[in-house]
Design a protein. Structure first.
Lengths: 277, 185, 185
């Protein structure tokens, strides 16, 4: 199996651990399938894997067996109702088309692997793409091994102090992106933290509600909602209220049925003596 | 070529590449606490001496040690328009990113995501910059402040709404999940 | 203290302070054209020599000369948690490789090679990293951007020219199964 991945890239990462070999058994539990699929960069990658795995000559792909295996993967994706990437289905169609063309009678005068292989064999285009992809895959790996600033070396950064005008650092959205990427990368190395993307709009609304309530007074529940802002924002605002209650930042109270509902900061209800939950 | 990694050589290189002054705790960390403060201090003194008479000098600033160009060179360096845009440290940028994406958050929330303590100086500098506000207090022991970014933050970054920030879901796909063993954190 | 401002001292200080590689025109400007390229080149060679055996080396990159730390020191420098570049996922690296080796390419070209859609986030992050630029538009419907790598990309990888990239494997080397012989299934 040492040739499964010629360049030594792990096939997948399960819980941060690189996986170099897939189980021989083709059955993949649906949960694992998602991980598996994420570990392939696309249908070409999967196909290359299947070919390498069987130690086949890429110029002489036995279409029947490779197609069968490929379809097993595609079936597994469908049965577990994953959103099946269109590219995988397209590749399945290509494989079946090539296979059907191979079944058609051939011109006897050209042997299969003769000089006219390229011109005649319906597999030629697929082989070209596979080879081209393999080449880039190896190039990508070589590129990632190249010494890189910030990873393998640092540039020197001696201070040049001019007259001390206070200049504030400039920050752009891209810098935040970079900062978050660094957090993510670290979290993946440390495994203890779960950093999941969360709906930003709810968090944003939570801040907005807290700002409204800042004066410490109870506000009528309805003032938090702007009817002209559209239904999505109303829903988001409502979710934000629920989230704030859950995080114990605000208190929502109602004296009796059908009376107005009031919302206030937890801190305000504290200092006011009343503490309804 | 092979070089001999003496403590002085390591110390010098670290001070040359660091974008911020390095204080004693950071310098001890550089040697994984195998060198005491006293030894480090005497190496610093040696380096200071080695660099006397050069265009760059080792100086002790409020927040630590740093190499800095000498004032006499300013006329030359001015010709290169080298003015370095000041930058926030990684700690500040990560704190800001967490507040922007996860608001409202407490300092504890930030520490949980970053995995390290967040100094008050960081929060303070973001407040002074006018980018974050206290929007409430969380009802847990200590009643920590809930921090959020504000309009000024969006204005300064040229954004109309937080939703214009790069989406987080896409970011995770860009980062190598590899658990690099040599990567000390 | 007073120091003697020799050309070499000025050159060294400028290279230590500069936040980007300095090319010959900038270096001539440093001396207000009082020094010719030849003299500067020989000073650079002297400096390169002076710094041999230290933790920091003077290197020539695509866009000029710059001091950088040697790779052997990285394990130490990592302990300082300097601003660290994110490690990119395979999808990003494959996209970058296609742009680097096949430039100029459109997003469609990249998708053709990889066999999957390329997310805008990937292209965006490479642009933000400052490694790729739009160098034109292809004259086909939609007028897609033509992408290419730039000098900064080479600088950050410590290269002087694209020709120094690791060579692509020969296609013929790819067709033979690693352990030939077991052909059967």
């Amino acid at each position: 199996m040492s040739d499964v991945d010629a360049v030594g890239l792990p096939l997948a990462h399960v819980l941060g651990e690189p996986v170099h070999q897939l189980p021989a058994d083709l059955y993949i539990p649906p949960d694992a399938l998602r991980v598996l699929l994420e570990s392939f960069e696309g249908p070409l990658d999967l196909l290359l894997y299947l070919i390498r795995r069987q130690n086949l000559d890429i110029l002489d792909i036995p279409l029947a067996s490779v197609t069968r295996q490929y379809m097993q993967y595609v079936d597994a994706m469908q049965s577990s109702r994953l959103e099946l990437a269109a590219e995988y289905l397209l590749m399945a169609a290509v494989l079946i088309e090539i296979k059907s063309r191979l079944l058609l009678p051939k011109h006897e005068e050209y042997p299969d692997d003769g000089p006219d292989f390229e011109a005649d064999d319906p597999r030629a285009e697929l082989v070209r793409r596979l080879l081209e992809y393999e080449q880039i895959k190896q190039a990508a790996y070589a590129l990632s091994q190249q010494p890189l600033v910030g990873r393998d070396f640092e540039f020197v950064a001696v201070l040049f102090e001019r007259e001390m005008v206070l200049r504030l650092p400039e920050v752009g959205a891209a810098d935040l992106r970079t900062a978050w990427q660094a957090i993510l990368a670290r979290a993946r190395r440390n495994q203890h933290h779960q950093i999941t993307p969360e709906s930003l709009s709810v968090r944003e609304q939570m801040s907005a509600i807290l700002r409204v309530l800042q004066d410490g007074r109870p506000h009528e529940f309805t003032v938090l909602f702007d009817p002209v802002a559209g239904i999505p924002l109303l829903v988001v605002t409502f979710l934000a209220v629920l989230e704030l209650v859950k995080e114990e930042c605000i208190v929502v109270s109602q004296e009796d049925g059908f009376l107005p509902i009031y919302v206030r900061l937890v801190s305000a209800s504290r200092s006011g003596g009343a503490n309804e939950h | 070529m092979s070089i001999e990694l003496t403590p002085k050589l390591v110390l010098e290189a670290a001070l040359l590449v660091a974008q911020e002054p390095l204080a004693m705790p950071a310098l001890r960390q550089l040697f994984a606490d195998e060198l005491g403060s006293k030894e480090i201090a005497s190496l610093l003194a040696e380096l200071e001496n080695d660099w006397a008479g050069r265009g760059v000098e080792l100086v002790q600033l409020a927040s630590g040690w740093r190499f800095r160009s000498r004032a006499v060179l300013q006329p030359y360096l001015d010709r290169l328009s080298l003015e370095r845009a000041p930058r926030y440290s990684r700690a500040v940028m990560e704190t800001l990113a967490i507040i922007a994406y996860r608001q409202p958050v407490t300092r504890g929330d930030i520490e949980e995501v970053r995995g390290v303590a967040v100094s008050s100086a960081i929060i303070q500098s973001l407040k002074e910059r006018g980018w974050i506000d206290v929007v409430g207090h969380k009802d847990v022991p200590g009643r920590p402040e809930l921090l959020a970014t504000n309009k000024r933050f969006l204005d300064d970054l040229g954004l109309q709404a937080l939703s214009e920030l790069p989406p987080l879901s896409e970011l995770s796909a860009l980062v190598e999940p590899e658990a690099a063993g040599t990567d000390g954190v």
